[in-house]
Design a protein around this ligand. Structure first.
Ligand SMILES: Cc1cc2nc3c(=O)[nH]c(=O)nc-3n(C[C@H](O)[C@H](O)[C@H](O)COP(=O)(O)O)c2cc1C
Length: 643
């Protein structure tokens, strides 16, 4: 194992690694990230290893287990180098063919390529696939080129050169100035200027100081930080070491939620390797700078991602927030100056140091520089991780990258900013995505959750969903958050159950104000956002629920009914057989009727009724028409059939 004791050593080691590698040797890069593991990629990886062994190709083919390449909708993703052929939805069954055709015969297997659903065109390489085309993958782009557990792979791609540059050709102050000039803003939610935070921590009078990586990532559906920490842990670690040097501290922590076992494993491997190579520990790269890192597994509560709660958890206590009259950069872990940044924030640092603040500043908008990773989920064709330049429009993300809304449905809104974010209506999707623009719209960037909603989404129900999550996740330490969110949830529940009253909207607004102003931490401080933005853009939906007892989207069970239209029913028995509540009356040649007293409103009848009949209707805000008597039902079908 190489001992790297100087920048020249690092260059030499890099050259040796590259020299040992044959750039023309086929390498099969297989996603081994958590998402694809859930899809069964472990079996695909084993199948590749066995097939390669069976054909005695071990010396001729490399197999690389990589982190998430982002296109989760089409996992398991396999990229074959040096041509970078991208195969999607690969299963163990495809493996023998990939080896015999692509590796041995050099032929492309058409059926495993991306097919454009509109044009039918095939795409051989990642960069030709619309999902990837409009992205700017500065941070996750290297995931396919790096074995998540290989420091050599990272070094071969120029890894740790930013650290060498910072340690040997920049003073700590210059590093901070560069990060300030790049206008890097924190990716964990608030968008606070990173360089300013570092400077405040550096200037704090007490010693020792700490630097911390926040990989708690509690937002439901978000996995940006997991993908980076699992897939390219050295990028995060390099950023952290540079930050430690800039701030002047010698101990760091990487806080990873326990529910991310692969991220915990890979980051532990990275720390061990960095120590062994001389990139962590004493006298890093011979610079005289000492820095150590410990990996801390968090208990995985959403609130523990909040800065003061996370620091309390690091101290071994329950991860609850504490008052922040004094900022954590002055009094953080063990009351010492502590600088906490999000995974993605740290990952940006090597890029800024290597390429300079001017380069970084050329990407993005006036107030938001660089790229942002989003987890694009919900009612969108291409779900997955997308990295885009700041300033891109929501339309570009949803349609060009996300491929639009499934089933030709209409877009209704997009929710950004995690559970405390907000819903932006379809009419505003040409808005650019950056910290300030999203805040102006009443939402926020948050850490990068982006949930697409179609016309079948009830916005009151959505607000209720997020408040339900936040009620569960509130630590209960302060009354406004503990009691207030629950009160708001209760009102929303009444509204969705048809028990809403005049004045409920005003009460929700009043409670929002109090909770926002008086909560101990930003969990309560931002919790009313889902209600406030849905009220701002979809107030008519609240009013319909309250005044007309109607759910316009047809979602709230208490306000909807299913009804079989007698003139359309063909008595085909399908809904009658499929109804799990046995709520459908009828028979052969008898128009079917739903017994409303038994109906659980699961919607199965609507789903299974053949579209050519379209006999089942979902109605809201109006009484269900009375059923025909049995005799009439039988006659009507006969008449219908006779025609
Ligand atoms: C309830 C709550 C949960 C949070 N969870 C996270 C998280 O999981 N990851 C994260 O980086 N920041 C989270 N934050 C934001 C952190 O408090 C903090 O602002 C952030 O880690 C700072 O890093 P940055 O400046 O790089 O954004 C959370 C904040 C709140 C109020």
């Amino acid at each position: 194992m190489p001992q790297i004791k100087s920048p020249a050593d690092l260059d030499r080691v890099r050259e040796e690694i590259i020299a040992k590698r044959d750039p023309n040797k086929p390498c099969i890069a297989i996603c081994a990230g958590t998402g694809c593991l859930a899809l069964g990629c472990a079996k695909t990886i084993t199948a590749f290893k066995e097939e390669v062994q069976k054909r005695n190709l071990e010396a001729k083919v490399d197999i690389r287990e990589i982190g998430c390449p982002g296109f989760c909708e089409q996992g398991t993703v396999v990229v074959i180098y040096p041509e970078a052929i991208c195969y999607l939805t690969v299963t163990p069954r495809d493996v023998p063919e990939i080896i015999s055709q692509t590796i041995i015969e050099n032929k492309i297997i058409d059926r495993l390529l991306y097919t454009d659903p509109n044009t039918g065109e095939k795409a051989v390489h990642e960069y030709e696939i619309p999902f990837y085309k409009s992205q700017m993958r500065l941070l996750i782009g290297n995931n396919t080129k790096i074995d998540s557990k290989s420091l050599d792979d990272y070094i071969a791609l120029g890894g740790y050169s930013a650290l060498a540059k910072a340690l040997f050709s920049m003073t700590s102050e210059q590093v901070i100035e560069e990060v300030k000039k790049a206008n890097l803003r924190g990716r964990g939610g608030g968008g606070f200027p990173t360089g300013r935070k570092w400077e405040e921590c550096r200037n704090a009078p007490a010693e020792p100081k700490y630097v911390i990586v926040n990989c708690d990532e509690g937002d439901p559906g978000a996995f940006m930080d997991r993908a980076l920490t699992e897939g390219n842990p050295h990028l995060v670690l390099e950023g952290l070491i540079i930050g430690a040097y800039a701030i002047g501290c010698h101990q760091g922590y990487i806080y990873v939620r326990q529910e991310y076992p692969l991220a915990v494993e890979n980051v532990n491997v990275a720390v061990r390797q960095a120590k062994e190579y001389g990139l962590l520990g004493e006298n890093i790269l011979g610079s005289g700078f000492d820095f150590n890192v410990e990996v801390h597994r968090g208990a995985g509560a959403f609130v523990s991602g909040e800065s003061s709660a996370l620091m309390t958890a690091l101290e071994g206590k329950v991860g609850e927030p504490r008052p922040k009259h004094i900022h954590t950069v002055i009094k953080g872990v063990w009351d010492k100056p502590s600088n906490l940044n999000n995974v993605e924030t740290w990952a940006n640092v090597p890029l800024i140091i290597n390429n300079g603040a001017d380069w970084y500043g050329s990407i993005g908008t006036e107030g938001s520089k660089g790229t942002k990773i989003f987890s694009l989920v919900g009612k969108v064709n291409n779900t997955g991780l997308v990295e885009v330049p700041m300033g891109i429009t929501l339309r570009d993300i949803i349609y060009n990258i996300g491929g639009g809304i499934p089933g030709g449905r209409k877009l209704k809104a997009v929710q950004t900013g995690g559970p405390s974010g907000g819903c932006i209506p379809e009419s505003l999707i040409d808005s650019p995505v950056d910290f300030d623009e999203l805040t102006k719209l009443g939402s926020m960037m948050g850490s990068g959750g982006m949930i697409v909603m179609d016309e079948d989404t009830c916005m009151v129900d959505i607000a209720k969903y997020f408040l339900d999550f936040l009620t569960d996740e509130s630590c209960g330490k302060c009354i406004p958050c503990r009691e207030g969110i629950e009160q708001m949830l209760e009102i929303l529940t009444y509204i969705t159950e048809g028990k809403g009253e005049e004045g409920d909207i005003e009460l929700l607004e009043e409670l929002s104000e109090v909770i926002r102003e008086t909560s101990l931490c930003a969990l309560g401080g931002t919790a009313p956002n889902p209600v406030l933005t849905t009220l701002r853009y979809f107030r008519d939906e609240y009013e319909a629920h309250i005044k007309e007892k109607r759910c316009p989207a047809g979602v709230c069970k208490a306000l909807i009914s299913y009804y079989i239209q007698p003139d359309k029913c063909q008595a085909c028995l399908i809904c009658l057989r499929e109804c799990p509540a046995e709520a459908i009356i009828g028979g052969k040649n008898q128009i079917h009727v739903i017994d409303q007293t038994k109906c659980t409103k699961c919607g199965t009848c609507l789903d299974v009724c053949p579209s050519r009949f379209g006999a089942v209707a979902r109605i809201s805000g109006e009484p269900v028409p009375s059923p025909l008597p049995a005799e009439a039902r039988a006659i009507r079908v006969k008449q219908g059939r006779a025609k």
